[in-house]
Design a protein around this ligand. Structure first.
Ligand SMILES: [Zn+2]
Length: 65
């Protein structure tokens, strides 16, 4: 068991608390953000709008339950 993955972090981008593996922000390559924001940034980079990003995240969350 890796304790690293169980640590609760606060995402500086959206303020959410998360215990999953963090994602590296594409904006500076240093900041650790939550997996959701990692997905948001990835979608943003391919030109997906904010509203559609949330819809995609919702679909991802549903599939993870
Ligand atoms: Zn976030």
């Amino acid at each position: 068991m890796k304790s690293e993955t169980l640590r609760i972090r606060i995402c500086p981008r959206c303020g959410a608390r998360y215990g999953r593996q963090p994602a590296l922000s594409r904006t500076d390559g240093i900041t650790l953000i939550c997996p959701d924001c990692g997905t948001r940034e990835a979608l943003e980079s391919i030109g997906v709008g904010t509203e559609e990003q949330e819809q995609i995240l919702e679909a991802i969350h549903r599939s993870q339950q």
